[in-house]
Design a protein around this ligand. Sequence first.
Ligand code: AMP
Ligand code: GLY
Length: 418
Amino acid sequence: MLSVLIVGSGGREHALAWACQRASGINRVVVVPGNPGIRQAGVETIPVDLADLEAVCRIADQAACSLIVIGPEAPLVGGLADHLRARGHQVLGPSRLAARLEGSKAYAKAVMASCGVPTARFATVSSSQALEAAIDRFQGNVALKADGLAQGKGVWIASDLQDARQAGGRWLGTFGSLVVEERLTGPEISVHALVCGDAVVALPLARDYKRRFDRDLGPNTGGMGAVAPVASSISAADLVDLAIAPVARHLTAQGSPFQGVLYAGLMLTPDGPRVLEYNVRFGDPETEVLLPLLPPDAPEWLMAAATGRLEQAGPLPVATDQAVGVVVVANGYPTAQAPPQPIAFRTQGRGELLFWSGVAGDERHLLAGSGRVATAVGVGPTHAEARAAAYRLAESIHFSGSAYRRDIGTEPQVTSQP
Ligand code: AMP
Ligand code: GLY
């Protein structure tokens, strides 16, 4: 029997815990620090400050689980996987060096350039002269990207030349260096793969709805909803060959092999797919719609990736179901804080899965926090049934100031407006 420790506290980690709980070969699932909603769902949690990597390692030593899955990017970029592996743990999560693919946009662009992955043309600038030259080169049609982790707030899509110059100047002052990218248009798609060295196993394609309001308006958020699988002219396997496998081989050749989940965010432009970014972990809320499509023994593939046996595990069988996830947020998200509010909710019905994220209080009295509160997932044989189930569940979650997008699961807007 296996035991699994999951690091993180959001809907992604709740979905991972759910997937491990339903696997017959797993007898213990622990989430650190988790949240009261995850506890309410019957999963063991242990409080810890994720910024304190040594404290996380001590808990992992005590829990002595067979597999550790690291959810969020910050501990990965900080080297948590290296610390845990040095203490003998089996970990799904890349090393600090490999995690630079997400931690540094400039590094990710350099890797893409050296392994021929199609991406937007770009320049990395650290002076006002270089900034101006890059903006002029793309006639002001640019996306500006801060180099470090920015929790979805590190990209500025310029509306015109003047906006590009003003925002560029401001950001250069704040961040010291920037990636200036040509602005692309087209629908976005997420491809996730389990990676261990050169071995890669594709997950179904997913789509994340990043903007706060319906019709893709308003500020970027961590994600307001997701769907999977996504019908596309290019298959998940082909996108993995294009965007994931070359990077995996490159990192192995450089002596920092990737071991974990690599997720590429792409735009399907009229000139073909272009990678916008890499994430070195499962997406949130994509995980909440991907895991329900996988078989109950899916954690065996996670274990295989963590222990160097991914090649032998073969492709992941995927159900023919559809999944839609609607994120319920607190009033003011992502710009303003809201005071904690009591939550009322009902038991989930058939084809409904509820994953908690920004909740406080205790398991008997959940309080909505100030960000993303829960992801209501519907799973069904058709997209329409999955979508109806997700919205039925989202509507049943009540707290003062609750909000969600009404258009999750509809076709995305094809232009990315500022
Ligand atoms: P990223 O953090 O790089 O994924 O960017 C966040 C969002 O900004 C993406 O999901 C896109 O909607 C948008 N974006 C990023 N890069 C570009 C680009 N080169 N052109 C147009 N939109 C972009
Ligand atoms: N859904 C976007 C992310 O996880 O970064």
